[in-house]
Write a protein that binds this ligand. Sequence first.
Ligand SMILES: Nc1nc2c(ncn2[C@@H]2O[C@H](COP(=O)(O)OP(=O)(O)O)[C@@H](O)[C@H]2O)c(=O)[nH]1
Ligand SMILES: [Mg+2]
Length: 375
Amino acid sequence: MTTGSAAGVGRERSLPDRARAPATAGLGGADPATAGLGGADPATAGLATAESAGAESAAVQLVAAAVGGDRRALARLLSAVENTPRWWPEISAALAGHVGGAQTVGLTGAPGVGKSTTVTALVRAYRRAGRRVGVLAVDPSSPYSGGALLGDRVRMSEHAGDPGVFIRSLASRGRLGGLAAATAQALRVLDAAGFDVVIVETVGVGQAEIDIAALADTTCVLLAPGAGDDVQAAKAGLLEVADVLVVNKADRPGAARTVADLTALTRMRAGARRPAVVRVAATLGEGIDELVARIAAHRRELAATGELDRRRLARAADEIRGLALTALRDLLAAPPHDARLAELAHQVLAGAADPWSAAECLLGDILTAQPAPSR
Ligand SMILES: Nc1nc2c(ncn2[C@@H]2O[C@H](COP(=O)(O)OP(=O)(O)O)[C@@H](O)[C@H]2O)c(=O)[nH]1
Ligand SMILES: [Mg+2]
């Protein structure tokens, strides 16, 4: 299903509970209360720089345009998210009220296991079902466009010009809270832009990538037959985050063995919910319908058991904690608290204070100097 016109794309999502707040309602564009999180940079006034007083900030305008289906605005918004963390407070304030409607799916696994190929096959399947799909590739080594790997571009070119598909590679430039935080913001942008499904591809090589995988409602961990991939994944903690285990390259020898090994491994998980194990040959499109069905079943189960809300709550709390810690760290490094810190360090060295009471002192100073914004 294609709408043909970019303006129509925001209406395709059929979730009934999706209350679309007016784009400008209650949004804290240039609210000084948000300035603290953005850092002490005078440019924090941010996207609003050239705006006249009382006008909507550029962030609010950009979000409104992206929510309305403007793909160029969406691309610009994602660039702002990627490159300019100090704008996040304004952007995320403007996004509030538009998010929460998308189904998010994470795909992770070792390089070369077939994530991009599987994403492409999933996009095709979701489009056939009339669903609008956003893709975030958090894998600097295999960008979908503008990068080194021609293969990915060629495979994805079948979706070029389809207004129901939006694909974006994310480099690791987000500084405020790191790549996982930048990805969380980008996910929120695609969610607000009305995509029914948002897929995040990330290379499963470290804790940061596992954190990113955990951003999704449903996390698929991909493995390929042989090569001890399953053992590696178990070591990396990847199996722990798997809601669905995908054995890709099932056209290769050893797939049945890998499926059996993984099934045995998941049985050893005491108490925890066991992930489904799905056989896929992404290049041939085999097993993709079953994968789509397993992802949907997992998501239904999450919603039915209340686990979806629990996960989203935990994620929101994590994010707030991360932002608060970052803000606190920034405050510590900035005047006058850095000077106070140096002074306290001298006192500790001279034996006039101990580190614990000095820390309490510093924290007291910060809290009295910067009362928490009340909104
Ligand atoms: N034989 C086989 N090769 C596959 C399959 N899926 C992906 N590949 C190949 O594996 C290579 C890496 O795929 P890619 O999707 O880029 O992996 P990623 O690094 O995990 O994103 C490519 O050459 C694909 O054509 C499959 O199901 N069977
Ligand atoms: Mg890839």
